[in-house]
Design a protein around this ligand. Structure first.
Ligand SMILES: Nc1nc2c(ncn2[C@@H]2O[C@H](COP(=O)(O)OP(=O)(O)O)[C@@H](O)[C@H]2O)c(=O)[nH]1
Ligand SMILES: [Mg+2]
Length: 426
């Protein structure tokens, strides 16, 4: 063989090597880019956070009450699904659009309040959130508990979460009776309410008070702007092919929900009067263009009970950190209704969101597909369900049923209803 043809072969091999490298780089980029157009920077950042030294640092800096963090799944685990790359068609028409764009990742986390004994019920929730959404975005996950998490809980949850996991202990004073509450009167209330769901439960009341007034103050939540609350035993029915946190931020949304319904009135006999007293003294906190009409059918005289079901929340932490909400929570807390009645965090959050946010800052995530016993959110549009690989029955969807408050939310916000919604009402 001549030296000329040898040189040609070498040049050919070099060119082939170059092309293979380009192909490799591009394929990694497109996997991270994903269907929602997430740029490659996101993937790189997420990987660093998950595997790099800063991860250990963020776990370590959290003091006594907060336990260290375990490394998350390697990047390959979250980027190798063939479905991801085959479906990269950008935001579908059913997905919310992102008006402006945020560079990089939003400071956001999942948050779950749970007992060690909730572990088995929680694993399925995490797996679904990861498979449907987070394996592409690697957001962190904060777990909070009134008792220390055990090793089994930490190992099993960390194994599933593709972002950084953090485990926090709730300070005793946030999970006990405040000094102004009579424990005797609280015990009597529990006795009298034993025929009402969770009416006899002390821990459920601590939980509702904690979710209303404290989770967002936890040391581990300080680094974040947005959160997504996840509970045990939920289901996510559809692919979420865009970054919900970016969507929230870019569109100035502060509170997102999937299911609404009226509260059981016996749990909140004085919640509205207590709220009205607060508003009378603090009119400055109520914003124009709010959702009062959604929570009251008589311009504020009475509460109709409508609330966002708070076992799913994608929201801005600034809403709860605001002066308005802190003052509102203090007012409610001192009135005693978390213990002398059985106020849920759902009506408390919802009333605050309805009064302290403009109505267009609240978002209905109709496309998520969600279940928490006993209600389903399942997109009734066949096109949406097919596009997003939903696994739910639209006939079970609660959104358009008479008992739901979501139709009213559409009316007040002037939102279009999906075609054929009437067939799912009743
Ligand atoms: N750490 C802790 N978490 C709790 C306790 N009670 C409830 N939770 C959590 O609080 C959330 C709401 O409780 P859940 O039993 O699902 O109430 P439901 O959805 O209203 O029926 C879930 O994430 C539970 O895991 C408790 O006593 N301790
Ligand atoms: Mg629950």
């Amino acid at each position: 063989m001549s030296s000329r043809s040898n040189a040609r072969i070498v040049r050919f091999l070099l060119l082939a090597l170059f092309l293979i490298s380009c192909g490799y780089i591009l394929s990694r980029g497109s996997t991270y880019g994903g269907p929602s157009g997430l740029n490659i920077k996101d993937g790189q950042k997420a990987t660093e956070v998950a595997n790099g030294p800063s991860k250990q640092g963020s776990g370590g800096k959290n003091s006594v009450s907060n336990e260290p963090v375990k490394p998350a799944a390697p990047a390959e685990d979250v980027s190798s699904s063939p479905k991801d790359s085959s479906k990269g068609s950008g935001l579908s028409s059913d997905s919310p659009t992102e008006k402006t764009s945020v560079d990089g990742k939003v400071k956001a986390t999942f948050v779950t309040l749970a007992r060690n004994s909730d572990l088995m019920s929680l694993l399925g929730s995490i797996r679904q959130v990861e498979d449907r959404f987070n394996r592409r975005y690697h957001y962190d996950w904060v777990f909070l508990n009134d008792e220390p998490f055990d090793e089994e809980f930490k190992a099993a949850t960390s194994a599933l979460v593709s972002g950084t996991t953090k485990y926090g202990l709730i300070p005793k004073e946030e999970w006990s009776f405040p000094e102004w509450i009579s424990e005797e009167k609280a015990a009597l209330t529990r006795e009298n309410m034993k025929n009402i769901i969770y009416g006899a439960s002390k821990s459920y009341r601590f939980m509702c008070r904690y979710e209303s007034g404290f989770f967002w103050r936890h040391e581990l939540m300080k680094d974040y702007e947005y959160y997504w609350r996840v509970e045990p035993d939920i289901q996510i029915y559809c692919d979420i092919d865009y970054d919900v946190f970016k969507f929230m931020k870019n569109n100035n949304k502060k509170y997102g929900f999937t299911i609404t319904l009226p509260e059981y009135k016996d749990t909140i006999p004085t919640l509205w009067d207590t709220t009205k007293k607060f508003i009378e003294q603090n009119k400055q906190y109520v914003v124009p263009n709010n959702l009062l009409e959604w929570i009251s059918d008589d311009n504020g005289k009475t509460y109709n009970g409508c609330h966002f079901w708070s076992n799913f929340e994608v929201a801005s932490l600034d809403l709860w950190r605001s002066e308005a909400y802190r003052a509102y929570f203090d007012h409610l807390d001192h009135s005693g209704g978390f213990f002398y009645e059985r106020w849920g965090d759902a009506p408390v959050h919802s009333i605050a969101a309805a009064l302290f946010l403009q109505k267009d800052q609240v978002h209905f995530f109709n496309d998520v597909g969600y279940y928490h016993v006993p209600f389903h959110n399942c997109p009734i549009s066949t096109e949406t369900r097919l596009k997003k690989n939903c696994v739910c029955d639209p006939n079970a969807d609660f959104t358009w049923k008479d008992y739901s408050c979501t139709a009213k939310f559409h009316t007040i916000n002037n939102l279009p209803r999906p075609q054929g919604w009437e067939k799912f009402a009743g």
